[in-house]
Design a protein around this ligand. Sequence first.
Ligand SMILES: Cc1ncc(COP(=O)(O)O)c(C=O)c1O
Length: 444
Amino acid sequence: MLLHEVEREASLGGVSLTQVAREFGTPLFVFSGDALRARVDEFVTAFGSEWPHFELMPSLKACPIIGVRALLTQLDCGCDVFGPGELEGALRAGVPPSRISVNGSIKDQEIIRKAVGLGARIVIDSPREASLVNRIAKDMSTVARVMLRLKPDLADVQATSDFAPDLRIADLTQRIKYGIPNSELDDIAALWSTLDAIQLVGFHSHMGRHSKDLAVWQGWVSAIAKKLLTLEPLLGDVESPVVNIGGGFASALDADLDVVNRSGQTPSLPEFATAICQSLREGLSDSKYNWSDWTLEIEPGRGLHSDTGVHLTTVRNLKNERSGTEQRWAEVDTSEVFLDLHGVPDECPLHFRCVSKRAADATTHYDVVGLTCNAEMLSLDTALPELDIGDVLAIYPTGAYIEPMAANFNALPRPGSVMIDQGKVRLIKHHETVDDVFARDIIE
Ligand SMILES: Cc1ncc(COP(=O)(O)O)c(C=O)c1O
């Protein structure tokens, strides 16, 4: 949707991107409410037709902008949050506390107290947390809803990670910090009957975007099911216990900047859903519950948001070397520090398109370079129409993990954000100002 509209029409949701750039100023992040609505619908339809109790719990970290998240709230999505800031963000975006899942390692007393008080669910990541949540809930004369975050054993999966093609996913999922170490899980299980102020409502696990191979995903959910069956006796009298398999679904354009191996087609959501749910049904066949009593949750970040956002920038200067090897530069008002690009990307997965001129005229090659004092090689030898100062470029997809990674190098104020939804365009995040950049500095 995004690719075709930006590529062919130079617009988003029927709105001209050049006009948006001129009205709201660049650099600018643009989020398509229409694309997000369509993607939520695809997730819910794909997984909901395979699993009777299904919950979409988008991960806030991928796009922690209140206006975007408020649309997800309107679309009846729950929310996975990491840390106190994201918990506050979810609340400001109107997520009902009971639909918030508080994830992450090193939760301190403050966030636990807040989550328990609100009735949000807590994903326990260590024995220390289990005791702490229990103690705090007891102090507050309540019972906290919790899940246990597992580290399933993928020993049978030989595949390597798309982030690090020389490392096995099986080793990485054990090595990376998140989840309760298996021996410590035994310690928690042994203590469980003494933890009378916490109610176990299900199990959580997140592999990440290590692979697009459906066999890896099947191995993943089988391993989760195997592990949770050993812990099932700890479930209280919950009617529909939760199995949350995390996020990590690649998006269709699969333009993640930190992924090394992007080869191969991204499976469609129905393909992901069919493969995953089939293995999960098999894995749960020995559960004391019927498989259809379990609630399946997923927490997509990139797979939901990535292909719903575009970044706009304006050409501010043009340079042309005519002696020796001819070289053209288009200097634009964005930066690698706003796009999470570091150094010279060998193969930048982002698309660069001039939206203020006809795409068919893209026959001149430019190095598109950004604002800061770095080399700022955003995209080298990029075929674009003959540019003029004031032309607008769209860079995409930028809907996931790019806006929240923007930094203030060279004291640059970070870009604002706009939402285009159902024919309306509105600012959802102000452009930062130079005053904002220095706001935390203390002057004696
Ligand atoms: C617990 C949890 N859930 C979901 C996600 C989202 O992952 P992705 O953006 O790869 O879908 C993350 C990302 O780190 C995570 O840590």
